[in-house]
Design a protein around this ligand. Structure first.
Ligand code: PRT
Ligand code: ZN
Length: 297
């Protein structure tokens, strides 16, 4: 599959934990799509950027062969394939995306002899992430046997295939349901924007940077609020102290009212009713809090 010289292609998980959030993020970055009949392809209607819907495990390979310039994939999949590929060219992580958070952890039966990581020496650990696990074992100087399983890793100890497992954990409910307990995390993951290792033309490199910056802008708007208020000039330093703002607020003079000011500040989502009530006590009025949809640094 070759890409068009003037359209970017981004690979996204077709159906799974990352699908909805990935497409939602691309929409918030300003992309609009029309689906192909087979639902494997989303044609970019307003920008020259198309989406290829695939299995998450295929995304690093598509980036390496150049079928796509960008992909949204779990860091666990990206780094596993990079480590497994030895020294060959691998996609690069451009931007962490703040969703799909999980950890790859070693877990052991709740009632078993293993108490700490060093007890794993000489035991068998079942996993679908052999390269990440082997990398961690080497760094820890442990000699455990890695048993590769492609699914249902959590039942391996009950089947007698391994004494421990190494699997993704988010809430921990699956481990508990299988009478397992988390011993040690070996890798922290979230969805990331990944870039093909192939060299891009100047035009495509510019489009890639434009999309990266839009996605970063959509993410930095998450939870951000713009607060606007008017207040007596004398209350300014107290107001500054109170606002959970990211940067210094803008302070504006008001025509014909030398004793008053208008204040605008970008705040985190930590701005709550209590902040507003305290600002009011300082003499602020006309308070307005707006959700920030997007920002461009
Ligand atoms: O069909 P395709 O191959 O595309 O999908 P998939 O089944 O391989 O992947 P999918 O959709 O399950 O996960 C996609 C990505 O989501 C993973 O590569 C991770 O980056 C991320 N992610 C985040 C998770 C989890 N959280 C997660 N909890 N992936 C899997 N799990 C599984 C885990 O393997 C275990 O079985 O959920 C179970 C544990 O969850 P808790 O909440 O019970 O701890
Ligand atoms: Zn998969």
């Amino acid at each position: 599959m070759t890409t068009s010289p003037d359209r970017l292609r981004i690979a996204v998980q077709k159906s799974g934990r990352l699908s909805e959030a990935s497409l939602g993020l691309l929409r918030r970055a300003g992309l609009a799509f029309r689906a192909s009949r087979d639902h494997l392809f989303l044609y970019g209607e307003n920008l020259p950027i198309d989406v290829l819907l695939v299995r998450d495990d295929d995304i690093p390979g598509l980036l390496v062969e150049g079928s796509c310039e960008l992909g949204i994939v779990g860091r666990n999949v990206l780094v596993e394939q990079r480590l497994a590929g030895g020294g060959s060219a691998a996609p690069e992580e451009l931007l962490p995306l703040g969703f799909g958070g999980c950890r790859l952890s070693i877990a052991i039966p709740q009632s078993g002899p293993v108490a700490q990581a060093s007890d794993l020496d000489g035991l068998r650990i079942a996993t679908s992430y052999p390269a990440l696990l082997a990398d961690w074992l080497a760094r820890e100087g442990l000699a455990a046997e890695v048993v590769v399983l492609n699914g249902s890793v959590e039942i391996a100890p009950r089947l007698g295939k391994a004494e421990a497992i190494c699997d993704l954990v988010s809430s921990g409910v699956t481990l508990a349901a299988n009478q397992l307990r988390e011993l040690v995390p070996v890798f922290h993951s979230e969805a990331v924007l990944a870039l093909s290792p192939l060299e891009q033309t100047a035009a495509k490199a510019a489009q890639i940077e434009r999309l990266r910056s839009r996605i970063a802008g959509a993410l930095s708007g998450d939870g951000a609020r713009l607060i606007m208020l008017q207040a007596p000039r004398t209350a300014l330093s107290e107001i500054r102290r109170l606002l959970p703002s990211r940067d210094q607020p803008s302070v504006l003079s008001l025509d014909g009212r030398p004793d008053d000011i208008a204040v605008q500040a970008l705040c985190s989502s930590a701005l709550d009713w209590q902040h507003l009530e305290e600002l009011k006590r300082l003499g602020a009025h006309g308070l307005m809090v707006l959700n920030v949809e997007r920002m461009l640094a």
